[in-house]
Write a new protein. Structure first.
Length: 434
């Protein structure tokens, strides 16, 4: 029993729970505690459950599944915590420990293995997925499906998400995506661009615009060919071993080039890249290499600001603009001011700060797909604050947030008057290159 308990303590990172003094500062910033009203669905409640596992007071680990799985992982609690509790580390460890013991049905086990090992890490598959979305639109299937109402009958709310998928890029245009591009004018940095998997498949135009804006700001940019998925979805789903494998592949790929920064344009991906140093801290062969990689990992807004910003940004619509920050940019990467600085440098806009802006929108990777009702409760709270700004443009910095805010606009029937854009889309529009 002692050996088993010691193993549980190690797997659940029990030693990290002692930092939590149960003060409750995390409660007002936790979206699930606010919408569900349960102590077990708060950060300190979840930490207490892990603590009880480590002390042998909970032996039925299924008790933890609902509280842990319904956590968004937004990590706002870390920002609010006065004692520096490493909640993210505890959460990821608990998810991995539960997954190791979970006996999935054969179809589910097969699906997880396929998705996590063969889909997201495969550039070929993600390109095929992007091309399939384009064919779906161009063939008329999308129009027919929407007109017939058949999409509403799809399982797991897939019809709801289909309504907000971004406009796809054609296979021909996808092949023309820049691999290397020289700085416009004086070169300030040499950077490698991280394309991501979802970004590359569904938001390829934002990636292209990102590379162009980096060049406009004074960066030599190139896209490393052997990069892969960042591993965030794997880590958040308890697949830590696969997340580590992907991290090592990315580190090795980007080490081949002499660069100042590894630049990304997705808050969730950026947080994962930033934390490779923690993910591989216990690996003697990779710890130093991971730390070096993480030190170079930057959100695109940080690099653009370091370059001195972008010249002649102007909106011709005199719009009211608000900003929905990515949780992982704010709470993990600690990137707060740079996106705002860039937005405020656009002349002709009326920027309105959103109340409770740092509260999660409820996207959280694939959380909104697997926990739809909980996600929509959180989104509805977010939309109350969004509508209060009376903004006609909502700016985001993460693909999940972008789709979630588009969904919120649809749910509130505001699609005729409000649009959601990635920061890069808006900056490119203001620069006249979109």
């Amino acid at each position: 029993m002692e050996q088993s308990l010691d193993q549980l303590k190690k797997e659940f990172r029990y030693e990290k729970t002692s930092s939590c003094v149960q003060c409750g500062y995390c409660l007002p910033v936790c979206p699930t505690y606010i919408t569900m009203g349960k102590e077990t669905h708060s950060p300190r409640g979840r930490i207490n459950l892990v603590k009880m596992v480590g002390e042998g007071k909970i032996t039925d680990l299924s008790v933890l599944e609902d509280p842990i799985n319904l956590c968004l992982g937004c990590r706002a609690c870390e920002t609010a915590c006065p004692t520096g509790v490493e909640y993210g580390s505890i959460l990821e460890a608990a998810k991995a420990a539960l997954i190791r013991r979970k006996k999935f049905p054969v179809p589910v086990r097969f699906l997880r293995k396929t998705v996590f090992k063969n889909v997201f890490p495969s550039k070929t598959f993600m390109k095929l997925a992007g091309n399939a979305f384009w064919l779906y639109e161009k063939s008329g299937l999308q129009k027919a499906g929407r007109a017939s109402g058949a999409l509403k009958k799809l399982p797991n709310h897939l019809g709801t998400f289909e309504a907000i998928i971004p406009k796809p890029v054609s296979p021909a245009k996808r092949k023309q995506a820049p691999v290397r591009i020289k700085a416009k004018g004086e070169k300030k940095y040499t950077v490698a661009f991280f394309t991501g998997c979802i970004m590359d498949a569904m938001f390829q135009q934002i990636n292209t615009l990102s590379v162009q804006l980096l060049a406009e700001a004074g960066c030599d940019v190139f896209v490393v060919p052997k990069q892969t998925c960042c591993g965030a979805l794997h880590s958040h789903s308890g697949e830590l071993d696969e997340a580590k494998r992907l991290a090592k592949q990315n580190i090795a790929a980007f080490e081949q080039e002499d660069i100042d920064f590894v630049v990304n344009n997705a808050g969730g991906c950026g947080a994962m890249l930033y934390e490779y140093s923690q993910l591989l801290a216990d690996d003697n062969d990779w710890a130093a290499r991971a730390a070096n990689f993480s030190a170079k990992s930057k959100d695109i807004s940080q690099v653009l600001v370091s370059c001195g910003g972008l010249p002649n940004l102007q909106s011709h619509h005199k719009e009211r603009v608000t900003y929905q920050p990515s949780c992982h940019m704010t709470n993990v990467q600690k990137v707060n001011n740079e996106p705002l600085d860039l937005l405020k440098s656009v002349t002709g806009i009326h920027f309105i700060e959103m109340a409770q802006a740092n509260m999660c929108c409820g996207s959280a990777g694939i959380y909104n797909m697997i926990n739809f009702d909980a996600s929509m409760d959180i989104l509805d709270e977010k939309m109350k604050e969004t509508k209060a700004t009376k903004a006609s443009v909502i700016i985001t910095t993460n693909p999940g947030c972008l789709l979630q805010m588009k969904l919120g606009i649809e749910r509130e029937k505001l699609s005729e008057s409000v649009r959601a854009l990635h920061l890069i889309e808006y900056l490119a529009e203001a620069a006249g290159i979109a």
